[in-house]
Design a protein around this ligand. Structure first.
Ligand SMILES: CCCCCCCC/C=C\C/C=C/C(=O)SCCNC(=O)CCNC(=O)[C@H](O)C(C)(C)COP(=O)(O)OP(=O)(O)OC[C@H]1O[C@@H](n2cnc3c(N)ncnc32)[C@H](O)[C@@H]1OP(=O)(O)O
Length: 732
């Protein structure tokens, strides 16, 4: 492809040149993702003017540099007042132009990027490209005509699904949906130029989506009402998905009216606290990738080892999910068990999971199965680059296993433990190579949940940490590097949160009341429903091992106190009665039977709570929603400040990412640290002081030193905490 570029044009962010065969070429050049910043929009307007004035160009190809079409509007600009041409009229101008415009999509076309492509008259995609309207994930809607053009092009049902989930689709799926006109596995710009030459003289009128009548299904109202109902119950107070449906509803109106409605809805979302919170989440998930260790090693200067072959040892629920995750990412994996019966059961389960995956990805099951080797034999671990241990959460067992792994694996093999809170350094200490040992804490179900806590032990090498973080990215996870503290970050913060919920039961609340309040706040699941789902025995075992309950407790000790601090034995009492949660059909709730899913209020439990309060002379009182939220969430965030003080997490973004991706904290509320920053640190401090005065035997309610310090500093914005904490720690 020949093109003429002047030196001046090479400096601008959307520049115009001429490709072969009378085709004008506009290239977006705003690395890393060609976001449509005000400067890009400005230059794009100029480039369009030049292209339409160029009498030598019969058609135009619009493409992006850096192997990527466009990542959408510049999210950084959302919190600033920026000028530049607005996107809606710009896209309207592309569509209204007299020359056909062909979008050449490679890499991604997302958000405003895809909306711009929808304003083009044709779309050609590279086979590896991904397309989507993910604005809902940022608390917004596709407000550059996307809610109006997409249903006109692909119909309401598909548009509704794409816009309300923000899901990216592959080029192949985009072709099936009619979202693109052609897919190529060659050079997409060359294909687009050839395509543009072919269509240069075709009439344009029928290619302008704004003139199309949307294909309205007879049951459109039912479809949209059904979606609204589902979203309102699932999105738990999130505004954006609901606004997306309303905007789509307006696509039945003439285009100009539909756009007006879209803009009106966008304006309310754009300035909403929810959108700010979700955009904070977006950037937090990128900030956590920029880890650094105590020395000078960090994400930029540390080499990564390629994992050509991995192994998973222990094929229970977690091990199976981890195996599927590795295989799905194309990594040859040894899947090992110690017991033949267990291995057979795991092989069946993993095969069934991979079969579902193959159907979803339109791939053959064999292409997955050939990547996995099920085995009972240790010798198959000899040539792997990385092992993930996923055996039962028992320190002695893990220690034994790691000393065996050290003997059998290559000296440079990285040895990871999927413990959810045990001391990674103690495990590492059983090997001769503690530097290759790293924690890799997956969340259940491991093949679904996006979060990975990467636990750096004090002796983990930077290369081992970097390799595990990189592997996490290949597996589609967001890795957060955390310190080796009991429970790491996620489970450590869960403890005070759970404790407060339990204390509230002693004081007069019911599980339904606490969960209802948390779910109304936006949690996918209240704390008691979540405990029932994970199994009450998990925490019971930890408490027995740490001597908080069970035979180690001295008989003279009060059941409601341990080591001078308040203790609530309610969960232990349920476990002693065999009420372990969903798996036994009874826990904090009643289920239709063992493994039942629907949590029903349990009259027995209510009677049990009454009796417990009587026995312990606890006078039940009315507890309002505000107290439930403040006690549970402030205690959790207070522990978050301690975790920051101790350097177990590098910044509030790390904690918030962990809670949003791993613990069902609603993204539209930002995360626990973002939440307290929004409430106001001074107000949170006052409430914690109040609660601690009322409950002096609960140390978790005592405000942390960092919280006090931040308040004393005038409550700086959350974006400044990371640096403040880093400086404070470096002075210790
Ligand atoms: C009063 C009414 C006012 C109305 C005003 C209306 C204005 C808006 C009009 C229309 C609506 C359009 C809205 C949008 O388009 S919103 C944006 C939609 N796009 C996205 O959500 C895409 C977000 N990006 C991604 O998903 C990924 O970054 C990726 C798939 C593009 C690339 O992934 P990967 O290779 O893994 O790289 P990173 O994620 O690490 O990103 C690299 C780097 O780039 C930054 N970045 C990515 N996308 C954007 C963006 N859209 N804007 C700004 N910056 C972006 C990212 O933060 C990383 O930065 P770094 O950490 O500093 O390196």
């Amino acid at each position: 492809m020949s093109e003429v570029r002047s030196p001046v044009e090479s400096d601008i962010m959307a520049h115009y040149s001429r490709a072969a065969g009378h085709i004008g070429l506009i290239r977006l050049a705003n690395p890393p993702v060609n976001a449509l910043s005000s400067a890009v929009r400005h230059d794009l307007c100029r480039a369009l003017e030049r292209a339409s004035a160029d009498t030598g160009a019969k058609a135009i190809v619009l493409c992006g540099e850096n192997g990527l079409f466009c990542g959408g509007a510049d999210i950084l600009e959302f919190s600033k007042k920026t000028g530049g041409p607005a996107l809606v009229p710009l896209i309207n101008a592309i569509e209204a132009g007299e020359k056909p415009v062909v979008a050449a999509i490679e890499g991604v076309a997302l958000g405003g990027g895809l909306e711009m492509a929808l304003g083009c008259h044709y779309r050609i995609a590279h086979c590896q490209a991904r397309l989507g309207l993910p604005e809902v994930m940022l608390g917004l809607l596709p407000g550059a005509g996307g809610t109006q053009r997409l249903p006109r092009l692909i119909g309401f049902p598909a548009a509704l699904e794409l816009i309300t989930t923000g899901r990216h689709v592959s080029a192949e799926e985009a072709l099936t949906l009619g979202l693109v006109d052609q897919v190529t596995d060659g050079d997409v710009q060359e294909a687009a130029v050839k395509f543009a030459q072919r269509v240069a003289d075709e009439p344009l009128a029928s290619r302008r989506l704004s003139t199309w009548k949307p294909p309205c299904p007879a049951d459109l109202d039912t479809l949209l009402q059904g979606a609204l109902g589902r979203l309102q119950s699932r999105a738990r107070g999130a505004l954006a998905p609901v606004a997306c449906v309303h905007a789509l509803q307006a696509a039945t109106l003439p285009f100009a009216q539909g756009i007006e409605k879209e803009q009106e809805l966008m304006a309310t979302l754009f300035s909403s606290p929810q959108a700010r919170a979700m955009q904070y989440c977006f950037f937090s998930q990128r900030i956590v990738g920029k880890w650094s260790l105590a020395g000078r090693a960090n994400w930029k200067n540390t080499p990564v080892r390629t994992v050509h072959r991995a192994a998973v040892v222990g094929l229970g629920t977690m091990g199976r999910g981890i195996t599927v995750t590795l295989v799905r990412a194309g990594i040859p994996t040894v899947a090992m068990e110690m017991d033949r019966g267990q291995l057979q059961a795991a092989q069946q389960a993993v095969t069934a999971m991979l079969e579902r995956e193959a159907t979803k990805q339109k791939r053959s099951l064999d292409s997955y199965l050939q990547l996995v080797q099920f085995t009972l034999e240790r010798r198959h671990l000899q040539d792997v680059d990385l092992v993930i241990e996923a055996v039962y959460e028992d320190l002695a067992l893990k220690k034994r296993l790691f000393s065996e792994l050290c003997a059998v694996c290559r000296p440079d093999a990285i040895l990871c433990t999927n413990t959810s809170g045990l001391d990674v350094d103690v495990i590492a200490g059983t090997t001769r190579r503690p530097e290759v040992v790293v924690g890799m804490h997956f969340f259940a179900p491991a093949h679904v949940m996006k979060l990975l806590e990467v636990v750096r032990g004090p002796r983990s090498s930077p290369v081992a940490v970097a390799t595990v973080v990189h592997l996490g990215k290949l597996l589609g996870k967001v890795s957060v590097v955390v310190g080796n503290s009991p429970g790491f970050v996620g489970n450590r913060l869960l403890k005070p949160y759970m404790e407060q919920a339990n204390f509230l039961l002693e004081e007069g609340a019911t599980p339904e009341q606490v969960d209802g309040t948390l779910e109304e706040f936006g949690f996918a699941m209240g704390i008691f429903r979540m405990s029932d789902l994970s199994g009450l025995d998990v925490g019971w075992r930890v408490r027995r091992e740490s001597g908080l309950t069970g035979p180690a407790v001295r008989p003279e000790e009060s059941p409601r106190h341990r080591l001078g601090c308040r203790y609530c034995p309610l969960a232990d009492l349920l476990c002693e009665r065999g009420r372990l949660g969903q798996k036994t059909g009874q826990g904090w709730y009643l289920y239709e039977g063992p493994e039942g899913r629907k949590a029903l209020p349990d009259p027995w439990l209510h009677g049990f709570l009454d009796e417990y309060r009587r026995q312990h002379a606890l006078k039940p009182r009315r507890i309002d929603q505000q107290e439930v939220l403040e006690r549970c969430l402030y205690a959790l965030a207070n522990e978050g400040f301690r975790v920051l003080e101790e350097g177990v997490a590098a910044g509030p973004e790390d904690i918030d990412t962990i809670y949003v991706l791993g613990y069902g904290w609603p993204a539209h509320m930002g995360g626990p640290m973002y939440h307290v920053a929004t409430v106001g640190l001074s107000a949170v401090l006052t409430r914690l002081e109040h609660f601690h005065r009322a409950h002096p035997d609960v140390p978790q309610l005592q405000p942390s030193a960092l919280l006090r310090h931040l308040v004393a500093q005038g409550s700086p914005p959350i974006s400044k905490w990371r640096e403040l904490v880093r400086v404070q720690r470096s002075q210790l």
